[in-house]
Design a protein around this ligand. Structure first.
Ligand code: AMP
Length: 207
């Protein structure tokens, strides 16, 4: 099954992707994670991407599409994948149409003021990628792998605002692009509440 998760940064795509990935045994492809790995390399591309990410802007479409195309070739993608954070522009969506057929597009919906609250409190594990909220998780260590949690640079207030503006301008038009095959879910309650209708929906697609 090939799934796109659409939604603003901080709407809960990553958390939902991890649940789908576990139950349906398909990998989560997060372009944000792919770019964070590239930034860690000391390369010209890494330095370019670092600057863009720190400002909350978007990496150029050509670069992004090439990286995703390459990831699709990996063995674990043969039964499908969950795209988390891609496509983010109409040009990326059009390129994706030419590469593969998507079975389902899930829109994760959350009000911007709740997103700002959640992103400001988000803590990420640099070891295993697990996501926590400082609102309800009081430890500074990851309870899965023990690494010290970090706040992503782009989860700081000045960058959050720009990321949401970029979403409105570049990514929200994809809701219209995919309107014929969109499954919308609200993420304003718990991660389990968000996942329940999605799981039922995906099981119905598999049947
Ligand atoms: P994320 O972890 O999905 O919030 O992504 C973090 C950052 O990576 C974004 O703010 C962008 O700078 C970059 N990025 C991730 N996915 C894309 C994409 N599909 N197109 C362009 N830039 C992206």
């Amino acid at each position: 099954m090939k799934i796109i998760l659409l939604g603003a940064p901080g709407s809960g795509k990553g958390t939902l992707a991890k649940k789908i990935s576990k139950d349906f045994d398909i990998p989560q492809i997060s372009t944000g994670d792919l770019f964070r790995a590239i930034v860690k390399e000391d390369s010209a591309l890494g330095r370019q991407v670092k600057g863009i990410m720190e400002s909350g802007g978007l990496v150029p479409d050509e670069v992004t599409i090439e990286i995703v195309k390459k990831r699709f070739l990996d063995d674990d993608c043969k039964n499908g994948f969950i795209l988390d954070g891609f496509p983010r522009t109409v040009a990326q969506a059009e390129a994706l149409e030419k590469i593969t057929n998507i079975d389902s597009v899930i829109l994760v919906d959350l009000a911007f003021d709740t997103i700002i609250e959640r992103l400001s409190a988000r803590r990420t594990c640099p070891g295993c990628g697990e996501i926590f909220s400082a609102l309800d998780y009081k430890s500074t260590q990851c309870d899965k792998c023990g690494a010290t949690l970090i706040q992503r640079d782009d989860d700081k207030p000045e960058t959050i605002k720009n990321r949401l503006e970029v979403y409105e301008r570049n990514t929200a038009p994809l809701i219209n692009f995919y309107s014929e095959r969109l499954f919308k879910v609200s993420s304003d309650k718990t991660p389990e509440d968000t996942y329940r209708p999605v799981k039922t929906y995906l099981e119905s697609l598999e049947a």
